[in-house]
Design a protein around this ligand. Structure first.
Ligand SMILES: [Zn+2]
Length: 881
């Protein structure tokens, strides 16, 4: 474990290296406790570098067995070794020389899952961001691109399969039960994209013919016996390859493309060149074990990692400050892919919900940072919703501002100009400026400035002058180390809607530049006047969520109800209903519901019934609309002095009101949606299941609800329905005979399937109630649970922290005490996963004073622990700052 050194890395300190490594030849002789790695590096001094410049290589916990330069051993006196560096004080005078090093590793004992490790008898690597330095000494930074040739030697019985990046070149027998394989990757790449996998795995094989007619062999490797679960992933891969050719003109470039699923993995998946390594949760699926959400995630993540081949691998990042260059852009690409494969409107709503749930709290709390941060202590902590999700929104805004054609021209220029390079955000912005002739300098603040901008909007209609006026003011709240903010360029899509739902035409506009239904906000305050508008229109703002901002709109409830029924923009229509729900819930939490608002609530329950039964809307859309804002969403929108118990009570009451008012209609719709056809994971079928399961959640609150949910559970023919019913029983009827029976039945059926048991842990960890902390504590001793497997830790402990508002935020602080114990316990094995868990308290300052004090104590208990990892200390200290 790398303990914290307090070192801060700054963007402005970037400097190119003195040396390059054009070639890297690696030989691995694999053994669980003593793997030998021989690295032969071709080192080249840059022209500008003085001959006396030392060569400083990164390392982390390595045992160096041998070091030679040009075949001659290097004297100890010529070396300087610290725990994280190896310095060759006087490299040879020749500009190019060969450095040979032999290191010894113990993959079996590597529980941090960074570098080379062994999981379920499979050797596997994870090098992003700084794992390669745990394999050999290297210039372990993304701007050092090298051509890799790799030879893997292993006992054939232990590892019949030997994989690395690039194309296979060689294999053979070595006697004594050993064998080897050689791989060569012709594309220069940074060390974080290096990968090796060796073990006994089953293979699903297929092939793909690229647009230029090249044949690519595709392989998905899984635990033997699980091959039949990889079919959906393979299908998603082929669709991704085709889509990237059609939509971005990007063709695959090697002869093989391999994916390996492993059960112990810190992240979702990793885009290593030609050899993607996946968390098995994002590969394995069939109707019996995976939910519709799992299928959608597999499709999106397979696509994401594949798309990285161009946005990340062929063009990589100059340094880790530029992480969003590959991540934000690739998330944008996978969102577009999913939107094309499924329903664009539904996908957009889901994206925005995710952004608000994960990124908005980040921007509003102590961990706020720009999409391109300027400093970090531990880069592992910057794989954040801001870099990924907000990073994607920024790319989306570029497309909104430029239009699709100029955006595509900019992307083409990006690929043409920077292929084979390590680029920066400035390079990325420049291609769009060059391709479109537009000035994006003010816009680029989206990369450099943290915080969610707020737009305050009011409107006025003057029937005599036939003028409709919008007053729009922007502000960006202060964030840590950025107290003063500059004005942003915000593309705000809008619509003016007439009484019949039709768009309202206007004859002129002044006060801001308005093009293609988008108002370009650039100043602090705009007064936008639309002329030739005779009747007051309803105002639809931030259509399609064109900008990741919060809106404070002075708008009549009647207009919101109108938009929730008539807005032609599907996102804004959903938003209008969601705003009505949120406003009602917040008023209920604050006990400010008056008689007027009771009438309002009645209108709302009626509208919910109408949306549920509206056959012109896709079932998936109706399911999203009827899903009430989550307790964490309500807390975020309230902002401060949060009492999770009051929020829970208000939300349950509204759910009951909607369910009771619509019982008959919901019940017959529920019956009509029962699946009669054979199971299919496609979006339309999934949408019907989603709507039916949402209705079940309402109906379960009414008399007979437990029996209905139990029937749903026991008659389910797929995991989506089974898991949904189990959650309804466990959450709505906790402790009932029906809930207990269903939980036991689920455990009996799936006790030996770790990924399915994750759902069982998740459902129990999110049971709203004071007692859940005890349940979760007891479940940490369950035989299917393991403290060293990230998926298990996230499903039980992570879910309790992030998805159980009243259990985790128990007023007596027991949830928080459990938090500090668990975070420290996980950290002993895996600092990266522990640091991620610790972000669950990032919004502690928004709690009411009693809980706030107890949350602070829990954070201090971690901060006061000696020898914390760099990962955890960084998060905890920033959270407390
Ligand atoms: Zn990625």
């Amino acid at each position: 474990m790398r303990t914290d050194t307090g070192q801060v890395f700054r963007l402005e300190d970037y400097r190119p290296t003195d040396y390059l490594i054009p070639r890297t030849d690696l030989t691995f002789r694999l053994s669980p406790d003593a793997t030998r790695v021989t690295a032969v590096l071709t080192i080249e001094r840059r022209e500008a570098t003085a001959t006396s410049a030392p060569l400083v290589l990164d390392g982390d916990g390595l045992t160096l067995k041998r070091i030679e330069i040009d075949g001659k051993s290097v004297e100890q006196a010529d070396l300087l070794m610290t725990p994280d560096q190896l310095t060759i004080l006087q490299p040879p005078a020749a500009r190019v020389f060969q450095l040979t090093m032999e290191t010894e590793l113990a993959p079996a004992g590597n529980e941090a899952l960074m570098g080379l490790y062994r999981s379920s008898n499979v050797y596997c690597t994870q090098c992003e961001a700084e794992g390669f330095r745990r394999i050999t000494y290297f210039l372990d930074r993304p701007d050092i691109l090298s051509v890799y040739t790799v030879r893997i030697e292993a006992l054939r019985d232990e590892a019949p399969l030997l994989l690395s990046n690039g194309n296979p070149v060689d294999k053979g027998d070595l006697g004594d039960g050993w064998h080897y394989a050689g791989w060569h990757d012709p594309f220069p790449k940074p060390s974080y994209l290096f990968a090796l996998v060796a073990g006994n795995l089953g293979k699903v094989a297929d092939s793909f013919v690229t647009q230029s007619g090249r044949n690519v062999e595709l392989g998905i490797y899984v635990e033997p016996g699980k091959e039949r679960l990889a079919g959906y992933a393979m299908d998603a891969l082929k669709r991704s390859m085709k889509w990237d050719e059609e939509k971005f003109g990007r063709e695959y470039d090697l002869d093989v493309f391999n994916i390996v699923a492993v059960s112990d993995f810190n992240m979702g998946a990793m885009e290593n060149k030609g050899l993607n390594v996946f968390n098995d949760k994002y590969v394995l699926a069939d109707r019996e074990t995976a939910t519709d959400a799992d299928f959608a995630n597999i499709e999106a993540i397979i696509a994401h990692e594949y798309f990285h081949n161009w946005t990340g691998n062929r063009i990589t990042c100059r340094d880790w400050f530029q992480l969003c260059l590959k991540e934000g852009l690739t998330v944008f690409r996978d969102h577009e892919f999913s939107a094309d494969q499924r329903s664009r409107a539904v996908k957009r709503i889901a994206e925005v919900r995710t952004l608000r749930a994960h990124q908005f709290p980040e921007d509003q709390g102590p961990l706020a940072h720009p999409v391109r941060p300027r400093r970090y202590r531990e880069i592992n902590n910057f794989y954040t919703a801001t870099v990924y999700e907000k990073g994607s929104e920024v790319v989306r805004m570029i497309r909104t501002i430029l239009g699709s054609d100029a955006f595509r021209a900019g992307m083409d220029l990006y690929f043409e100009r920077h292929d084979g390079e390590a680029a920066t955000i400035e390079d990325f912005i420049r291609v769009f400026e060059d391709a479109s002739g537009r000035d994006l300098s003010q816009f680029s603040l989206w990369y450099h400035q943290a915080g969610t901008p707020n737009l305050t909007v009011s409107s006025k209609h003057n029937p005599v002058a036939r003028e409709f006026t919008l007053e729009i003011e922007q502000s960006v709240p202060p964030t840590p180390s950025e107290s003063r903010k500059r004005l942003m360029h915000i593309p705000l899509a809008f619509g003016l809607i007439g009484a019949g739902g039709e768009p309202v035409a206007y004859s002129g506009v002044e006060g801001a530049s308005v093009e293609d239904g988008v108002i370009h906000i650039r100043k602090r305050r705009h007064i936008v006047r639309f002329s030739g508008v005779s009747e007051r229109p309803a105002l639809s703002l931030n259509r399609g969520f064109s900008a990741p901002v919060t809106l404070s709109v002075e708008q009549k409830a009647d207009d919101q109800f109108f938009l929730a029924r008539h807005d032609s923009d599907a996102f804004s229509r959903w938003q209008a209903f969601n705003t009505l729900l949120t406003d009602t819930l917040i008023a209920a939490v604050r006990h400010t519901l008056d008689s007027k608002q009771h009438a309002f609530a009645r209108r709302l329950t009626e509208l919910a019934g109408d949306i549920a039964g509206d056959e012109t809307l896709e079932p998936a859309y109706r399911a999203l609309a009827l899903g009430l804002p989550g307790e964490a969403d309500i807390a975020r929108d309230m902002g401060k002095n949060i009492d999770p118990d009051a929020i829970h009570t208000a939300r349950e009451a509204l759910a009951l009101a909607i369910g009771s008012a619509n019982q008959g209609a919901f019940s017959s719709l529920y019956d009509s949606l029962a699946d009669k056809a054979a199971f299919s994971p496609d979006a339309t079928s999934a949408g019907r299941r989603a709507l039916r399961n949402t209705l079940l959640d309402y109906l379960a609150l009414l008399p007979g609800g437990a029996a209905l949910a139990a029937e749903h559970f026991h008659s389910a023919t797929n995991m989506t329905d089974r898991a949904a019913a189990l959650a309804v029983l466990a959450h709505r009827h906790h402790g009932s005979h029906e809930a207990t029976t269903a939980l036991a039945a689920f455990e009996t059926s799936y006790g030996s399937d770790a990924l399915v048991m994750d759902k069982w842990f998740q459902i129990q960890a999110s049971v709203p109630g004071q007692q859940t902390v005890e349940t979760v504590r007891a479940l940490t001793s369950h035989p299917a649970f393991s403290m060293s497997n990230p998926n298990r830790v996230r499903s039980l402990i992570g879910t309790f922290f992030s998805a159980n508002q009243i259990g985790f935020h128990r007023a007596d602080g027991e949830g928080y005490r459990f938090f500090s114990r668990m975070v420290l316990e996980v950290e002993k094995r895996n600092p990266q996963v522990a640091a991620r868990l610790a972000t669950a308290l990032r919004s502690w300052r928004s709690l009411e004073p009693g809980r706030q004090a107890k949350a602070r104590e829990a954070l201090l208990a971690i901060a006061n622990t000696e020898n914390l990892s760099a990962d955890l200390r960084d998060i905890v200290e920033r959270t407390l700052a």
